[in-house]
Design a protein around this ligand. Structure first.
Ligand code: HDE
Length: 744
């Protein structure tokens, strides 16, 4: 049988343009090879050169689809990749089709095991700049004033699978890789400063209890089920962390608006060898803000990628999120306690009133990932990645983590050479004697990867602290015996949860009560609910009684004394104003609206660093004249959860009774007054405490929605400029808190 020679693509000189001009996105499939689109200016790979000019060993990962012609993995050009090799067009596929086998086999192995916890994440690149204020306590070179260190940060939920929704009630991971000139430092923290357990040996227990039930694998990414509450009600050292989860901290508004905590106490060492104990804090410049529960649940359906999208869009738009790194510093005393708080107990905080958080540097996330798998999925964090000047303590939870993170990467990333994956490559020169193994990509030269040696001239040599080596602090170990027990100082499980509860404002307390009531009403086991109420009774009587009433159960008495506590204002999210950068403002309008007003509102929103989205009955544009206004959302695609605030355009003639007629024209399914989808937008946003505004006869819309024009956080004005000004001011407080708790 003869076969036709394949129609090879032309390689004549004119098939590739010499210099690419601006390439506009093709509408039809291109038929001629063109140069690929250049990478965007803000998309960078790992640094290839460190701040001090040394080669880092990192590759700028090769751009995908960068050449004109498709090849096999071996670089052989392909003429056809759409049809298998067959005996005739309708005949059987031939096993000799090695291209089919290569393509499908590679595809079959595209997934790696997801992380056992923190599987769902989103990440970004950035820089960290030291303030130089930490010099007295740590010799870490990246903390020196104005030294700029590349970083990669991965945020995550803990419980859900890789494809689960973003806005579930859960702890969030906040893991930062600092590519310092002295080697990589990983600060692998959470957005909650305490943990469920005091000893790593309990980690499989808490995770098994919190993950979906093993028989049906439900519920996904939730703590609202029997096994979780069974465990945390029996294991009362989890009470503090659980309370934080039930608070607004469990449903952050954005990764950009979360605090981060190192959780454990670390040991910092200065150039004189003096040490202090310290806790790390990340403080977001945008403030700490949360969703409300109904909003979070709606988002999980409307936009399960809400947090991931928010982070990516903000960075893409140039609204670079920033955090200050701070430390609380304590003397390194032999008992490692501070004002009665055991610093080795990761279920305890040290209130900021006792010792302040001192700022030591600023982190800015300024570049999105180019490839989710290569960067966000393959990044490997490890609390044992430490640099000189930062050391560990005897926290038993941290000790287990030092083992676990290295171990998990070996199965997750397929072997011990994961540090060679581009995102994990240190930016400091590497000169180890680790050899071979799965996925070894280095070609090591030399014959003596051992020491002592003479055949490689004795290289490499050990350095010593004076030459930048990492030397563990010589901490005295007390004379003692081996035991499996917790210290007596770890046994108070309730006074700090009480401190947290007493530090909350009224709406925050109401949210906590609603969260416990929701979660426990999702449980089936009566014994679990009753036992949890006993735990709550030991935090606060009001908390216990209100949750009990929501469960239809009697409230038990406390079994510990409910001590008064000094509230810690730093724990509450209310009471201040914050920058509004990156907030999303929906502008509701139709073709009869005051379009000059819409234009000026858009400009004012942009000028304040926020994102305006115009919502209209149908897509396309509104108006012409001074320039058509692009419509970003229609009444059918808009849902309140996407916006931090809403502004409704009135008609050009103040006082004209145009709204009802206009809305009827604008596609109201009933033809009787405002479109119900717009009313739903407003009433939901109102329930969620969001800033609302409008001008001129938009007042009628608010009337129809049953929202008073002068309620807290509502600004219906006579002019567009007054409305946008008031809404912006309201947004700075995040929500109209006076609407809670009655609104939920
Ligand atoms: Fe983790 N944790 N963890 N953890 N953890 C992992 O490591 C573990 C703990 C945290 O974005 C795993 O690479 C043990 C505390 C974050 O890649 C695993 C214990 C804190 C991330 C692991 C803890 C964390 C992880 C899963 C108890 C806050 C995501 C995949 C001793 C201070 C990092 C991986 C990323 C991930 C083990 C407790 C934070 C299995 C054994 C406390 C942010 O190694």
């Amino acid at each position: 049988m003869t076969t036709e020679p394949p129609p090879a693509p032309s390689t004549s000189g004119d098939s590739l343009p010499g210099k690419p001009g601006p390439v506009s996105p093709p509408v039809d499939e291109p038929t001629r090879p063109v140069e690929p689109l250049p990478p965007k200016a803000d998309q960078r790979g790992p640094e290839t050169v460190s701040a001090t000019g040394q080669a880092t060993g990192a590759d700028q990962a090769r751009m995908a689809q960068s050449g004109a012609y498709l090849t096999t993995a071996q670089g052989v050009r392909l003429y056809e990749s759409d049809h298998s090799l067959k005996a005739g067009a309708r005949g059987p596929v031939l096993i000799q089709d090695h291209h089919l086998r290569e393509k499908i086999t590679h595809f079959d192995h595209e997934r790696i095991p997801e992380r056992v916890v923190h599987a769902r994440g989103a990440a970004a690149h950035g820089v960290f700049k030291g303030y130089g204020t930490a010099g007295e306590v740590s010799k870490a070179a990246f903390l020196v004033k104005d030294v700029e260190t590349p970083v990669f940060v991965r945020f995550s939920t803990v419980l859900g699978s890789r494809g689960s929704a973003d806005t579930v009630r859960d702890t969030r991971g906040f893991a930062t890789k600092f590519y310092t000139d002295e080697g990589t430092f990983d600060l692998v923290g959470n957005n909650i400063p305490v943990f469920f357990i005091q000893d790593a040996l309990k980690f499989p227990d808490v995770v098994h209890a919190a993950k979906p039930h093993p028989d049906r694998e439900i519920p996904q990414a939730q703590s609202a089920h029997d096994t979780f509450w069974d465990f945390v009600s029996l294991h009362t050292e989890a009470t503090h962390h659980t309370l934080w989860n039930m608070s607004d901290r469990g449903i952050p508004r954005s990764y950009r608006m979360m605090e981060g905590f190192g959780v454990h106490t670390f040991r910092l060492v200065n150039t004189n060898g003096e040490s202090v104990l310290a806790k790390f804090h990340w403080k977001p410049k945008l403030g700490v803000h949360s969703l409300v529960w109904e909003e979070a649940q709606l988002i999980n359906g409307m936009d399960p990628d809400f947090h991931r999208r928010d982070l990516f869009d903000a960075i893409e738009a140039g609204a670079f999120p920033q955090w200050e790194l701070g430390i609380q510093v304590f003397p390194d005393t032999p008992d490692q306690t501070f004002q009665g708080i055991d610093l080795l107990d990761p279920t305890k905080i040290v209130p900021e009133g006792l010792t302040p958080v001192q700022p030591i540097g600023l982190m800015t996330l300024n570049a999105n990932t180019k490839n989710y798998f290569a960067e966000t999925e393959q990044v490997a964090f490890h609390p044992g990645h430490l640099v000189p000047g930062i050391d560990i303590t005897d926290d038993a939870l941290l000790a287990g983590r030092l083992f676990s993170y290295l171990d998990t990467q070996i199965s997750r990333l397929g072997g011990p050479n994961f540090a060679q994956i581009p995102i994990n490559r240190p930016h400091a020169p590497v000169n180890d004697m680790l050899r071979d193994g799965m996925h070894q990509s280095a070609v090591h030269t030399g014959v003596a990867p051992y020491r002592p040696n003479s055949l490689d001239g004795g290289c490499p040599f050990q350095a010593g602290a004076d030459l930048g080596a990492y030397v563990e602090t010589a901490v005295r170990v007390p004379e003692t015996s081996k035991v499996r027990e917790a210290p007596a100082t770890f046994s108070d499980h309730f006074s700090q949860p009480r401190l947290f509860w007493l530090s909350m404002s009224a709406p925050e307390r109401e949210h906590i009560i609603a969260a416990y009531t929701f979660e426990l009403n999702k449980c089936f086991e009566q014994a679990v609910k009753e036992r949890t109420l006993k735990v709550l009774a030991n935090i606060d009587t009001q908390l216990c009684e209100q949750v009990a009433s929501g469960l239809g159960l009697p409230a038990p008495q406390a079994t510990v004394s409910l001590a008064p506590a000094d509230p810690s204002p730093a724990l509450s999210q209310l009471g201040k104003t914050w920058p509004v950068d990156g907030r999303v403002v929906g502008i509701v309008a139709d073709s009869d609206a005051d379009l000059d007003g819409v234009r000026s509102v858009r400009e004012a929103v942009l000028a304040a660093g926020m994102v305006p989205l115009v919502i209209a009955p149908v897509g396309g544009t509104l108006g012409s004249g001074d320039g058509p206004i692009a419509v970003q959302r229609t009444f059918a695609t808009a849902r309140s959860v996407e916006y931090d605030a809403l502004l409704c355009a009135g008609s050009p003639q103040p006082g004209a009774d145009a709204y009802g007629a206009r809305d009827a024209k604008a596609g109201s399914p009933t033809g009787r007054g405002p479109d119900p989808r717009v009313l739903l937008l407003l009433t939901e946003a109102y329930r969620h405490g969001k800033a609302l505004g409008g001008w001129n006869d938009a007042r009628e819309l608010f009337d129809a929605a049953g929202i008073g024009a002068d309620e807290p956080g509502v600004a219906v004005s006579d002019s567009a400029s007054a409305a946008v000004e008031k809404v912006t001011a309201a947004l700075a407080e995040h929500r109209a808190w006076d609407r809670f708790p009655a609104a939920l």
